[in-house]
Design a protein around this ligand. Structure first.
Ligand SMILES: C[S@@+](CC[C@H](N)C(=O)[O-])C[C@H]1O[C@@H](n2cnc3c(N)ncnc32)[C@H](O)[C@@H]1O
Length: 329
């Protein structure tokens, strides 16, 4: 648990709770404050415990104790795939040190969404259907400080000599990706080429970025993978921002071994979970949204019983080189 002294506003950001609710809880519980108004370490710990769905860790990093009473934990029958509905930082704080073999993730950046309000301040595309101020899903509050906590936690839970892949849009690549270099050894920025243009005010977006980095030393399993991945986007998606399973499979081909524990703390529709099943890995995922949890649970269960992916029935790789790479993995 990342417990230290916190200011009220820091804690409300980290736990994504409203500052007034937090202050009210602190008042009711008569929690100790420092003379400068910060919560003491002990008070911060109690607040963490309360706001993480009643899961008490007693200050120990023993791993997550799933709360199966509410609809926030699902485990596949073979026990290899586990998903949780929880905030990313709370979730990571409960994982033991060096317990994960690979991180592959696609965060919901709030910065990009602010930048989408370009031109005359109108939100474009499907966003506009939600009305002003509405969002597809909860965003991770990617202040520099929060992002640091996120990266530090990823570093802590990742084993030595292992890899991490983090997806970025062009805005967050400029603002947040440089922070990753302070924590991980950044090796590449891979370009995901979606083959068709999307929406945009200036040059129409056809790509996203994937930062590839390591903790310690580890070569890629396959030496012939280029840094541009040509994979079509999901067009008729059933979950916003659903990514192709093959995108995550390419990461696994580069960095996973059989039975590796793969982590995605921004699970979305569960594409990374399906990729992990296909590549014989174990999987741990979390997402703050109930809709993500429900969608992923259904998708994973269905995949286990039918070997069919209900959210992405067709392969989205059309590029010969990419087909060969995925076939080699
Ligand atoms: C870009 S989507 C991930 C899409 C996913 N890669 C897929 O293929 O479906 C980002 C996800 O982050 C989740 N999210 C936002 N804030 C979060 C938070 N604080 N903790 C955990 N998940 C969060 C959103 O609910 C959303 O499902």
């Amino acid at each position: 648990m990342p417990v230290r002294e916190y200011t009220m506003s820091e804690l409300s950001e980290v736990l994504t709770v409203c500052e007034e609710d937090l202050a009210e809880y602190v008042r009711q519980q008569n929690l100790e404050l420092k003379p400068n108004g910060n919560l003491t370490k002990k008070s911060s710990q109690l607040v963490f415990e309360f706001f993480q769905n009643g899961v008490s860790l007693n200050g120990k990093k023993n791993g997550i104790q799933p709360n199966t009473k509410d609809n926030s934990f699902f485990e596949s029958e073979d026990g290899r795939i586990k998903i949780y509905r929880q905030d990313v930082l709370t979730f990571l704080s409960q994982l033991p040190n060096e317990s994960v073999d690979l991180i592959i993730t696609d965060p919901a950046y709030s910065g990009m969404n602010q930048m989408l309000k370009l031109g005359r301040g109108k939100i474009i595309g499907k966003y506009s259907e939600k009305g002003d101020g509405q969002r597809w899903f909860e965003e991770f509050h990617d202040t520099e400080q929060n992002y640091h906590v996120f990266l530090d936690e990823c570093y802590r839970v990742l084993k030595k000599n292992r890899h991490i892949y983090i997806m970025f849009d062009s805005y967050s690549l400029l603002s947040l990706a440089p922070l990753a270099r302070k924590v991980f050894d950044v090796k590449n920025i891979v370009v995901w080429d979606k083959l068709n243009i999307g929406l945009g005010h200036y040059f129409r977006r056809r790509h996203e970025f994937i930062l590839f980095a390591s903790k310690g030393k580890r070569p890629l399993s396959l030496k012939s993978i280029p840094d541009v991945w040509r994979i079509k986007r999901v067009t008729r998606f059933q979950y916003p921002a659903q990514k192709p399973v093959e995108l995550f499979e390419a990461m696994l081909v580069g960095s996973a071994e059989k039975d590796f524990v793969v982590l995605d703390p921004f699970l979305g529709s569960g594409s990374s979970a399906i990729a992990s099943i296909k590549r014989n890995c174990q999987f741990l995922g979390c997402d703050i949204a109930q809709s993500s949890f429900d969608t992923s649970k259904k998708r994973i269960s269905n995949y286990f019983s039918t070997r069919r992916d209900i959210l992405q029935p067709q392969c989205l790789v059309v590029d010969e080189a990419m087909i060969k790479i995925l076939g080699n993995g």
